[in-house]
Design a protein around this ligand. Structure first.
Ligand code: ZN
Ligand code: ZN
Length: 362
């Protein structure tokens, strides 16, 4: 219970706020919800995506409680990463580059928290990393494996919110160890794609061919290209030949931040490759598949970077304009209407009524 001595549990390097908060709760023999109530009073932040929603004031409050420096608490939040990968697109329900977790009450519906089971099992104090919430991170370069975004036994999304006696190395729902299940190794291309993305994040620049853009701008284009996957009707997309070969089922225009790890790895590998030697590889692929402008950039899509929009407009054929169909009533009804429009119509109607009701007195 809280009270008396406060255990000193500073956040670990690269740790995520929710993971730190859970470890703090555990050190005090409290539930994550109980500790949140103690620090902030009513209105539990666990009902939101607390890793990207806590204000600086709220983060200061944890720092004071844990007796650590305020800047260390701020470092655990995803807000800094958000401004780096989202550019001007911040403060939206889905932050570009940050995986969505879809919180409903205190449970998560989307698989936006990834882990590397090998990193977790080697940790002295198992903890979740901030990078595991990034949409363009899908592999652990150190362990040469694909990250995991669900429990292998019950497929529940992973969250730091759990009973205090279930360690972070296990599933918070069913208690199965996260190290169980298949270990998916990554091929060299997947690993190098991951390295390329992280490198661009650190230098805040991506350069290849005619493309020289800050990271947020490059990512904005990758997100658009990721959304132009193969369609369900079998038409090839920018990064798949047909919908059947897509990993996992998904919507026609998959959203990067809501996609599962296998699909993100597959899609990002392809679209990163298409953005290198810009724009030659992209144009070649788009023409091979006879893609129109609308198939790559959805007409209602916002936040399309200039480097991509310009090439799409100049090199791809425009989408066919939809002809607005004029409503034509079915033949039978049309005849009836014609009859009603006849000058004698009112007379005919009254005759018909007479037939139905019997002779009426006039
Ligand atoms: Zn690892
Ligand atoms: Zn489970």
């Amino acid at each position: 219970m809280i009270g008396g001595t406060v255990a000193r549990v500073p956040p670990l390097s690269g740790e995520l706020t929710s993971s730190w908060l859970f470890r703090l709760a555990q050190a005090h023999g409290e539930t994550p919800h109980g500790l949140a109530k103690f620090i902030w009073g009513e209105g539990s932040p666990w009902t939101r995506d607390l890793d990207r929603s806590l204000s600086n004031k709220q983060l200061d409050a944890i720092a004071r409680f844990a007796r650590t420096h305020a800047s260390r608490a701020t470092d655990t939040s995803l807000l800094a990463a958000e401004s780096q990968s989202a550019g001007d697109d911040r403060k939206r329900a889905i932050a570009p580059g940050i995986l969505a977790v879809g919180v409903h009450h205190r449970t998560r519906r989307l698989h936006g928290q990834q882990v590397c089971p090998d990193c977790l099992s080697q940790d002295k104090a198992p903890h979740l990393r901030r990078t595991w919430r990034l949409a363009f991170v899908f592999a652990c370069v150190r362990h040469d494996r694909l990250l995991r975004d669900a429990c292998s036994a019950c497929d529940s999304p992973i969250s730091a919110y759990r009973p205090s006696d279930v360690p972070l190395t296990h599933c918070g729902e069913c208690g199965t160890s996260l190290t169980r299940g298949e270990r998916v190794r990554c091929d060299p291309t997947t690993i190098s794609t991951q390295k390329q993305l992280l490198q661009a994040l650190h230098t805040n620049r991506f350069m290849s061919g005619a493309l020289n853009a800050p990271f947020a701008d490059w990512l904005a284009g990758l997100r658009v290209m990721f959304g132009a996957a193969a369609r369900d009707n079998g038409t090839p997309g920018l990064w798949q030949d047909d919908a059947a070969t897509l990993v996992g089922r998904g919507p026609q225009h998959p959203q990067l931040e809501k996609s599962r790890v296998e699909r993100r790895a597959q899609g990002l590998r392809a679209v990163v490759s298409l953005s290198t030697e810009w724009p030659n590889r992209f144009i070649l692929r788009a023409r091979q598949c006879d893609l129109t402008q609308g198939m790559v950039i959805h007409p209602r899509r916002s936040g399309v970077p200039t480097w991509l929009a310009e090439v799409v407009r100049a090199e791809l054929r425009p989408s066919r304009k939809r002809v607005k169909k004029i409503y034509k009533p079915p033949k039978q009804r049309a005849n009836k209407r014609k009859a009603l429009a006849h000058p004698d119509a009112s007379k005919r109607i009254s005759e018909r009524l007479d037939r139905v009701l019997g002779a009426r007195s006039r």
